[in-house]
Structure formats: structure tokens, C-alpha cells
Design a protein around this ligand. Structure first.
Ligand SMILES: Cc1cc2nc3c(=O)[nH]c(=O)nc-3n(C[C@H](O)[C@H](O)[C@H](O)COP(=O)(O)OP(=O)(O)OC[C@H]3O[C@@H](n4cnc5c(N)ncnc54)[C@H](O)[C@@H]3O)c2cc1C
Length: 453
């Protein structure tokens, strides 16, 4: 069972108002954090989700909050997000938003991998991060629970950390609610009301709501929602499998904490319940859809970096975003694809679970025999350059895009929410957002993928 699914009872059922200042479509980390910061700026906000708050990627992720190995344009926002995470539990009074600063460790088994870390470190030098490179001896001394002598070194950021996604994002939605945000689950936004070429409202399955600004934070559904209102936001989705273990011994007794660890084919995060969230991190299933053909050339460079980890399937299961046969156009009075799939809940890949069971004991003898208690999967939305798409779309004034967090949006989510709230209210977001412009894939700009680390 995944952490949040359609079986999770509805916890947010605020009445739908006739009018708000801003409507936010999608209550993942991106939409929820944006709603939270908009409310702090005095805006009247409605936050709608077709299914459950954090029902999709935002509860299914690994829970890593990392600055390490980020794209350089994301890094300043991520540094801010790290700061926000550190204060969120105190600010909201909710321990579900606890940030645990256990660090983040990338291991290298080859000199080539080490060289890539060194390259990233050189690029990040100006940001005063506490990231440092570790030698083979450092790894042996600091992490004696790691099996064998596989590692030539690593990269470590002590100020990185972790959260518990499936409780943190609903807690942030509760905090937003306390600031006045109306939060509605089981409330799909079918389309926009566009008058005179700009946003005049949203049409939900429960009625129309007037507003002159909308934040589209619909994760893997964004590209389909946008296409229906005539806006092209290139995105594809991949399925990734995750599991959690039963309660297991705490590794690395001599260290202050267990860092999030990325090793080849095994990524591990200590959980608050005493188990580990684990994933191989090396398999992404892509279901070929009409959008795969449409965007093939835009994704060529990203695919070149990740082809070893990508497995193609002929078609998506019915109802998945972009599946063959999914309508591409619908009207405000028609049931939309969003209502037909309340919570996108892909089956985890059995081959991945078998690999995880085997590798855990091999890499960490102290964890040999530890059982997997649960596995799930999530569909990650990815842009052609693997960095987010943020900003007001010039094609449709009033429509702000906040999507394409490309597999690393949980950690940066609060920073993105703060930035979006400032953009939507006409303030200076304080960061250079040129790399994230929605129109960058239409205006002939070169596509430069972020780091694949
Ligand atoms: C397996 C996995 C592991 C990951 N690990 C990490 C990690 O360790 N660290 C990290 O930083 N990131 C990680 N990520 C990425 C991170 O989870 C995502 O980038 C982030 O959660 C995306 O948030 P979002 O709000 O954009 O989208 P989502 O969380 O997908 O939310 C979008 C929401 O929009 C709703 N919606 C869609 N259409 C409509 C509509 N028309 N009307 C109303 N609602 C709608 C959906 O129901 C959904 O709830 C991982 C992701 C996965 C799947």
C-alpha cells in the first residue's frame, strides 16, 4: 500500500468559494507550499486537488532534502528551501514538518564518478555549501557498516537532510488552512475560464470560482491540463519504485546520524519510524504515449544521459496521464481525465523489490535479513532539461506554471512555493528564474539538461 492513496479518507473538504484572489491547482508540495506563502502575503486562496493532498509524487518520494548535486540555477532556491525546512516545524507548531539534518552522502565506485562529483563541487564553489569530497579512507573510517572495499570515495553535505513526505505535506496544507487557505480534496479543476485572452476563473467539478490568477501545479498532469487551454508545456512521466523496511538497526554508530546514501543501485534514507526508505534509483519506466513522440527531440539530450536507467513500455495503463485514448480536449461541462483518475497509484515493479531485498544485506551486512514491509511507486514528471518550469505563461496571462520538478521537488518545494507566491503577487522573487521560463522550449533556446548525478 502506498502512503496516501484513494483509500485514504478525505481530510480536507472546505467549501468552494465563489471567488478568490488565486486558485492553486494541485496539492502536492509545489501547490501546497505556494498556497501557504500566498496566504502569508494576505491573498485569498483556494487549493484544489482532484484526489488527496500529496496523493501523488509528494507522498511517494524518498524524503531526501538535498542541496548536493543540484543544477546551479536551482541551488540558490534550494539553499533557501533548506533554511525554510529547518524552521517549518517551529513556525507551524507541527512536528510532522520536522527536518532531520542527517546529511547526504553520494558514494563513488569508480574514478569517473568521483570526477563528476569534483566537477559539481567546482561549479558550486561560490555558494558556501558545506559539501566536501571523501576519500576511500574517509569512507572506511566514517561508514564501517558499508560492506567490502567497493568505494573509491564520495561526496558529503552535512547540512542536507530528510523529512517524512506522507505526513509533512498534509501538515503544510493544515498550516495553510490555518492561515485561511480553503483546501478541497476530491475537487478536480476541469479547465480555466478565459475571458478576453486572460484568466478569469477556474471551473472545478464542483462549480466555477472567479479569480484572475491561477497556479498550475498539477505534477504529471500539468502538460495535459495546459494543452487543453492551448498552452504547450513539454513534460513526460516515468514510474519509479520505492519500498520501506521494517524497523532495523541504526547504521554507523560512531556518526551523529545516518545520512541519505546514494550508492550504485541502492539508495537509503533513515525513517522516523526506525526503518529505511529504499530504492535502486536506477530504473525509470516510461510508458510510450502520443506525447513521447511529440516531445522526442526535446528529450533527446536528457535521454542520452539516462538511457541506461530508462525502460520503455508500449503503452500506459488506462487512465494514466497521456495514455493512448485519453482525450486531449474537453469542455468545462464534461467529466475530465482528472476526475477519472483521482490518485495516480502505479504498481511497484516486482523486479525492483527483489533487487532491493538482495542488495540491502549485501551492501549493509548489519541489515541482512531486514524485511521489506511495503512497496509503492510514483510517476515522476520530467522536463526536457530536468529542471522545473516556473512562471507566468506569456500565452495566457494570469496562468502561472509551477511544475516539472523532475524527481527532486520534495526538498526544493518550500523554496519554490515562496518564489511562486512572490511571482504571483508581483514581487521580486529574489532569484534569477530565467532558466525556468515556461516559454524556453518554444522560443528556440538551447536545451541544456541539469546534472544527472
Ligand atoms: C519515487 C520518487 C522518489 C522521489 N524522491 C525524491 C526525493 O528524495 N527528494 C526530492 O526532493 N524529490 C523526490 N522526488 C520528486 C518529488 O516527489 C516531486 O518532484 C514533487 O513531489 C512534485 O511535487 P508536485 O507538487 O509538483 O507534484 P505532485 O506531488 O505530483 O502533485 C500534483 C497534484 O496535482 C493534482 N492534480 C493534477 N491535476 C489536477 C487537476 N486538474 N485538478 C486538481 N488537482 C490536480 C494531483 O492529484 C496531485 O496531487 C521523488 C519522486 C518520486 C515519485
Amino acid at each position: 500500500m502506498p502512503p496516501i492513496s484513494q483509500k485514504t479518507p478525505v481530510r480536507f473538504a472546505d467549501p468552494i468559494p465563489d471567488a478568490v484572489d488565486v486558485a492553486v491547482i494541485g496539492a502536492g508540495v509545489a501547490g501546497t507550499a505556494t498556497a501557504y506563502f500566498l496566504a502569508k502575503r494576505g491573498q485569498r486562496v483556494l487549493l484544489c486537488d482532484k484526489g488527496r493532498v500529496a496523493g501523488e509524487q509528494s507522498s511517494r518520494n524518498w524524503g531526501w532534502i538535498r542541496q548536493q548535486a543540484r543544477d546551479m540555477a536551482e541551488l540558490p532556491i534550494m539553499i533557501e528551501a533548506n533554511r525554510i525546512w529547518r524552521g517549518l516545524a517551529a513556525e507551524t507548531g507541527d512536528p510532522d514538518l520536522t527536518f532531520t539534518q542527517g546529511g547526504c552522502l553520494y558514494l563513488a565506485t569508480t574514478a569517473k564518478e568521483m570526477a563528476r562529483y569534483e566537477e559539481w563541487m567546482a561549479d558550486a564553489r561560490g555558494y558556501q555549501l558545506d559539501t566536501r569530497l571523501l576519500t576511500r579512507d574517509d569512507i572506511r573510517q566514517m561508514y564501517p557498516d558499508l560492506a567490502g572495499d567497493r568505494y573509491v570515495g564520495g561526496m558529503f553535505t552535512p547540512s542536507d537532510g530528510r523529512g517524512e513526505p506522507f505526513v509533512a505535506i498534509p501538515a503544510l496544507a493544515r498550516a495553510a488552512q490555518r492561515l485561511g487557505v480553503r483546501v478541497a480534496e476530491d475537487c478536480a479543476v476541469r479547465t480555466l475560464d478565459v475571458v478576453g485572452g486572460r484568466v478569469a476563473g477556474i471551473v472545478t467539478e464542483k462549480g466555477r470560482v472567479a479569480c484572475d490568477r491561477v497556479v498550475l501545479a498539477a505534477g504529471a498532469w500539468t502538460t495535459h491540463f495546459a494543452a487543453n487551454v492551448g498552452v504547450d508545456i513539454p513534460q513526460l512521466a516515468v514510474r519509479c519504485t520505492v519500498a520501506r523496511t521494517e524497523t532495523a538497526p541504526k547504521l554507523f554508530a560512531g556518526q551523529p546520524d545516518v545520512p541519505n546514501i546514494r550508492d550504485v543501485g541502492l539508495c537509503v534514507r533513515r525513517r522516523a519510524d526506525g526503518g529505511y526508505t529504499i530504492a535502486t534509483g536506477t530504473l525509470a519506466d516510461h510508458y510510450i504515449s502520443p506525447k513521447s513522440f511529440r516531445y522526442f527531440f526535446k528529450f533527446m539530450k536528457a535521454l542520452r544521459a539516462s538511457w541506461r536507467d530508462t525502460r520503455l513500455h508500449l503503452g500506459a495503463p488506462p487512465g494514466y496521464p497521456g495514455a493512448w485514448g485519453m482525450p486531449t480536449r474537453w469542455g468545462a461541462d464534461e467529466v475530465s481525465p482528472f476526475e477519472r483518475m483521482r490518485v495516480l497509484n502505479p504498481e511497484p515493479a516486482p523486479s525492483e523489490i527483489r533487487r532491493l531485498e538482495k542488495r540491502l544485506g549485501q551492501r549493509y551486512p548489519a541489515l541482512a535479513g531486514t524485511k521489506i514491509s511495503e512497496a509503492w511507486a510514483g510517476m515522476i514528471d520530467v522536463t526536457p532539461d530536468v529542471v522545473p518550469t516556473l512562471g507566468e505563461d506569456p500565452v495566457l496571462p494570469g496562468m502561472f506554471i509551477c511544475t516539472g520538478l523532475s524527481g527532486h521537488g520534495f526538498g526544493i518545494g518550500p523554496g519554490i512555493g515562496r518564489v511562486m507566491a512572490d511571482l504571483v503577487t508581483g514581487r521580486d522573487p529574489g532569484h534569477d528564474l530565467a532558466r525556468f521560463r515556461p516559454e524556453r522550449f518554444r522560443d528556440g533556446s538551447p536545451i541544456v539538461p541539469g546534472p544527472y548525478l
